[in-house]
Ligand binder design. Structure first.
Ligand code: AMP
Ligand code: MG
Ligand code: MG
Length: 311
């Protein structure tokens, strides 16, 4: 690995590589067919794939970046020797390693970094066979702000010639841009993307007021942001406290690097410091550009905003 690349660029390149390995773990658990489902809370599940993919990511990144704070959804304490050497990834994606580092991030030190890891976003969909919705999320924040991120889609079918390669990895770096896919302009009419498995009356109310041409109901914060980036939808609305920091850190970093915006339902940015509260209590509102974000924000009644703010 090039030791001369700036820290943020190296960490992003390492995250791209390890996300691909975690994605293989997610596929392997599915093909073995023993998911080992545990119910963590109401409508909140964990499988063997969530647990193992997190161990792979946390062990690999903490070995290389020991002073960074790494916070994973499944709270894996990684004991020395517990993680199979086959899960420790220390190489770094060559293309990402060659990226320019934005001037504002050149002086960042390891201890300034908080990495939010969702080893498997869209667990409900994973257990129900909606495999395209599943992503592996690694979000890198500095001074409480998401500055770089990876969204890996383990079950995406990459067709090159006659060969199908499973998985693709999308990355974003603040001020530099995005890669790993072909961005597309937003659809001509207002298409909203929202939850498939965590709706409730408040979530539905926030959708009704949008005057949308179409509402797509899919799993995962990562997959919904991919739909924004690929021109399948233009706004993501989720008026519920259900998402956590590991769900939105990487998607926010990638979306903002592509010119989009992700905030809560009140229009405020979340903060991603190490001691930040995990739940995104005031929901998620994301759009492909500022104009659509403002449109959606203005459509949400104050009463609904107050309901979430006072929960
Ligand atoms: P969804 O859009 O429902 O797929 O949710 C996006 C992310 O937020 C997933 O990681 C979900 O597990 C999480 N999430 C959303 N709502 C809830 C909830 N009510 N309980 C637990 N997790 C949730
Ligand atoms: Mg998640
Ligand atoms: Mg998860």
């Amino acid at each position: 690995m090039s030791v001369s690349a700036p820290l943020i660029v190296r960490l992003l390149a390492s995250s791209v590589s390890v996300a691909g390995r975690a994605g293989k773990i997610v596929r392997d658990v599915m093909s073995k067919g023993e998911l080992g489902i545990v119910e963590k809370g109401k409508d909140d599940y964990q499988t063997e794939a969530d647990r193992s993919a997190e161990k792979c990511i946390v062990a690999s990144l903490s070995k290389q970046y020991p002073k960074a704070s790494i916070i994973g959804e499944e709270d894996s304490s990684v004991e020395e020797g517990e993680v199979s050497p086959d899960w420790i990834v220390v190489d770094a994606d060559k293309e990402v390693l060659g990226l320019e580092c934005p001037a504002s991030l050149k002086g960042v030190k390891e201890e300034d970094i908080v990495v939010w890891v969702d080893p498997l976003d869209g667990t409900s969909e994973y257990t129900q066979g909606f495999l395209e919705h599943v992503t592996v999320l690694i979000g890198i924040s500095v001074n409480e702000k998401p500055v770089a991120g990876v969204i890996h889609q383990p079950f995406f079918k990459n067709q090159t010639g006659g060969e199908v390669k499973m998985g693709r990895t999308i990355w974003g770096l603040s001020e530099i841009g995005v890669g790993g896919f072909t961005p597309a302009p937003p659809p001509g009419s207002l298409i909203i993307t929202t939850t498939r498995s965590h709706s409730n009356p408040v979530v539905e109310k926030a959708l009704q007021v949008m005057n949308a041409a179409q509402i797509l109901r899919v799993g995962g914060a990562g997959y919904k942001v991919l739909q924004l980036l690929e021109g399948k939808a233009s706004v993501y609305v989720f008026a519920s406290p259900g998402c956590k920091k590991w769900d939105t850190c990487a998607p926010e970093a990638v979306l903002s690097a592509a010119g989009g915006k992700l905030t809560d339902i009140l229009g405020n940015f979340y903060k991603y410091g190490a001691s930040a509260p995990k739940p995104n209590k005031t929901g998620v509102l994301a759009a492909v550009n500022d104009e659509l974000h403002s449109y959606a924000l203005n459509r949400i009644p104050q009463e609904l905003k107050d309901t979430l703010a006072n929960k």
